[in-house]
Write a protein that binds this ligand. Structure first.
Ligand SMILES: Nc1ncnc2c1ncn2[C@@H]1O[C@H](COP(=O)(O)OP(=O)(O)OP(=O)(O)O)[C@@H](O)[C@H]1O
Length: 700
């Protein structure tokens, strides 16, 4: 079954600007919200580092800056970096690497380095010394070969011709299809160009067709294995290419026509959705700020007018069906925000933080803060997997004051945009109206919603358990609801569309139900392991192709005498405020510089103290160890002494016994002695008697 959907508009893009629109306070419209300060995070700055002036994003009191006046001299900086990759060959700054005939053609296989937008990969590709935007001969040839053959070198069937994307030159308020493109991420980030492993899906010769790699010779690709979208981008494509061909037009109609735009990335986990969305955020921000600068240039010759443009951003995530503000303080970050329908088809999110940003650097600073607050987790497939759907809402507001009777440039180009305008404006009725009011103000608030959906995932490949598995379940559930809603919308007569089954579809309702130009980027992996997951993404993309929207231009016209003067006074006041805040910033910078020495000194002292504390801790540990050793050895000694005492006691006991025995022996001996002494005493007497007797005998 061919998936080409024939009912879309087909005008080539035109750079001509168009009129503006009115405000609404919803995801499809404007939205009053509280301003709160914020935290830091980690996406690369468009200049590759901190903002050149080192400033944090500012919140202007009113949020407006006069568009013809540059708020400060840093405004060009980010644009310059990005423009370097784009501006060269044509003045609209569209893909600088594309030749005119390729700009809607084979560019899908291009090797253009996208400067900061595609980061590492782009930089890697330009390392061979060739100009980053001019493919080398080898690459050019490979690009052509890729277009005609699959990865095993087999020729592929041709698909239907690409449907042409409608553009700004199409009449305002026309129905158009959601712009759908598929991007295949590189198989391996280290060596993507030369990796020759077979791919699950390959690009066909047409830039809008992708086919399953059947592996059977490739010449007879089955119809159900062939998908046709608005564009298909291969592994070596860049985000900038994709942005230029599919998204830039939507962004332009947000800035120039006051229509809402919504772009979302969809796909399996780790297929490059966040990677792609960051590039889009940067490029869209640059284009929108470019338009604020253009405002004055285009109109000055046509009408006496003044215009004020402001850009605000809010960031939110939908985690486990809870809506969180990504720009509020850490303590509040976990509280869930309510979603309220405003009864006019829009959605309100009370309490959502809005930050006014004055240039692309400030915008990306805010995005970095939001990124830092996003819920990410590590899975088997992605070390930093988004565990939530993230919505970046950029509000572009423009107020124009002009003398009635003279049309603004945009009006002249497009005619009066809205019915109210026609009714109120004498310039739109061929001069029949007798209205004589001299001044009018056109106010337009249009929103660009950039939605980075969490990746669909199967436990089989992510190996998720516990909390990760629970999150995965919620993600899949909300994506399934989105898919069902798109299916119903695509069928037209599909009956009631139930947006209420998930918060994701509730938030996206204003866009899905028609009041936004929409773009959908479906990301897939070329890995054959994930062929089923990729097929499911391609089926989703196919369903999305059938959905059409009809975005209205949001414009409000007010008439008031003396308004231009009032407007001019306001511009002056804002200019003064801007100058004052610039002055105080400079003062603070100076004070910071003056305190720098002291800070260095304090730092050194702190480091010294930390060193001392560490050595004291080491000493403490050493003493503790010695004490322990001593305790151990004294315990040993005590045991030995106790044993010795026991031995001595036993010995003592033995000696006492021996003593007693000795005593008794002694007594016995003494007794014997006494007896002996008695007999001894008798003996001398007897001897003496005997002697006396003998002497007597002798004398006789
Ligand atoms: N086209 C690409 N070129 C270079 N690197 C890429 C590309 N696509 C993805 N990557 C890298 O692949 C990794 C995963 O990409 P990313 O986080 O954007 O995927 P994801 O689809 O958003 O994943 P998840 O749904 O899990 O959040 C990142 O390191 C990213 O930089």
């Amino acid at each position: 079954m061919p998936f080409f959907h024939p009912k879309r508009k087909s005008n080539l893009p035109s750079p001509s600007p168009a009129p503006s629109s009115s405000s609404s306070s919803s995801l499809a419209g404007g939205g009053g919200a509280v301003l709160t300060p914020n935290r830091k995070s980690g996406i690369p700055n468009p200049n590759g580092g901190a903002a050149p002036n080192g400033r944090a994003p500012r919140m202007s009191k009113l949020g407006f800056h006069p568009s013809p006046v540059k708020p400060d001299n840093t405004n060009d900086a980010p644009i310059t970096t990005l423009e370097a990759a784009r501006r060269a060959p044509n003045d609209r700054g569209r893909s600088s690497c594309l030749t005119p005939e390729r700009s809607f053609g084979n560019s899908a296989k291009g090797n253009c380095a996208a400067g900061v937008i595609d980061g590492g990969i782009a930089a890697k590709r330009s390392l061979d010394g060739s100009s980053p935007c001019v493919p080398s001969e080898k690459k050019k040839k490979k690009g052509i070969d890729d277009a005609m053959t699959d990865h095993d070198g087999r020729t592929l069937n041709r698909g239907p011709p690409p449907r042409e994307l409608s553009s700004l030159s199409s009449s305002a308020d026309a129905e158009e299809g959601v712009r759908v493109c598929v991007r295949i991420r590189p198989l391996s980030f280290e060596n993507d160009v030369d990796d020759v492993r077979p791919r699950a899906y390959v690009l066909a010769a047409e830039e809008n067709t992708i086919v399953r790699n059947s592996g059977d010779g490739g010449s007879a690709v089955e119809e159900d294995a062939r998908y046709v979208f608005d564009r298909v981008y291969g592994e070596s494509s860049t985000t900038l290419q994709l942005y230029d061909e599919v998204i830039a037009d939507i962004v332009e109609s947000v800035g120039r026509q006051g229509r809402n735009g919504t772009v979302f990335t969809y796909g399996q986990t780790s297929t490059g959705k966040t990677h792609t969305m960051h590039g889009i955020l940067m490029a869209a921000g640059r284009d929108l700020f470019g338009m604020t600068m253009d405002d004055g240039k285009d109109k000055a010759p046509v009408a006496p007018f003044r215009s004020l443009t402001s850009v605000r951003i809010s960031c939110m995530e939908l985690y486990n069906e809870e809506l969180r503000d990504l720009l509020c303080r850490a303590t509040d970050a976990t509280s869930s925000l309510p979603i309220q329908e405003d009864g006019r088809g829009g959605v309100q999110i009370p309490g959502l933080t809005e930050r006014t940003v004055l240039d692309i650097n400030e915008l990306m600073d805010v995005v970095r803060i939001a990124e830092g607050n996003r819920t990410v987790g590590s899975t088997a497939m992605n070390e930093r997997s988004s565990r939530s759907h993230t919505i970046y809402k950029i509000m572009y507001e423009r107020r124009e004051a002009m003398t009635a009777g003279v049309r603004s440039f945009d009006e002249s180009a497009q005619g009066c945009a809205s019915k109210e305008d026609k009714e109120n404006d004498s310039t739109c009725d061929g001069g029949k109206s007798s209205r004589t009011s001299s001044q009018k103000v056109l106010t337009t608030v249009s929103n660009l919603n950039l939605v980075d959906l969490a990746g669909s995932e199967s436990v089989r490949v992510t190996g998720a358990t516990g909390e990760r598995q629970k999150e995965g379940g919620k993600i899949n559930q909300s994506l399934l609801t989105l898919s069902r809603v798109l299916l119903k919308l695509g069928k037209k007569d599909g009956g009631h569309v139930n947006y209420r089954d998930s918060k994701l579809t509730r938030i996206l309702k204003p866009s899905l139900s028609g009041n936004a130009r929409m773009g959908c980027i479906c990301c897939i992996s070329p890995d054959v392991k994930y062929v089923e997951e990729s097929k499911s993404t391609l089926d989703f993309a196919t369903r999305t192709m059938l959905v059409t929207t009809n975005a209205k231009s949001n414009i409000q016209v007010e008439y008031k005498d003396g308004l231009v003067e009032e407007f001019e006074r306001e511009i002056e006041r804002i200019k003064m405020e801007t100058a004052k805040s610039e002055e105080s910033r400079l003062r603070m910078e100076k004070a910071l510089l003056e305190n720098a020495d002291e800070i260095v000194c304090l730092k050194a002292n702190i480091e010294l103290s930390i060193g001392r504390a560490e050595s004291m801790e080491r000493e403490n540990k050493r003493i503790m160890m010695q004490l322990e050793e001593l305790n151990l050895s004294s315990e040993k000694d005590r045991d030995g002494l106790l044993k010795e005492i026991c031995d001595l006691k036993a010995r003592n006991h033995e000696l006492e016994r021996t003593l007693i025995e000795c005593e008794s022996e002694k007594k016995m001996m003494m007794k014997h002695q006494e007896v002996d002494r008695g007999s001894f005493a008798q003996e001398p007497k007897q001897m003496k008697a005997e002697q006396t007797l003998m002497e007597e005998e002798a004398n006789i």
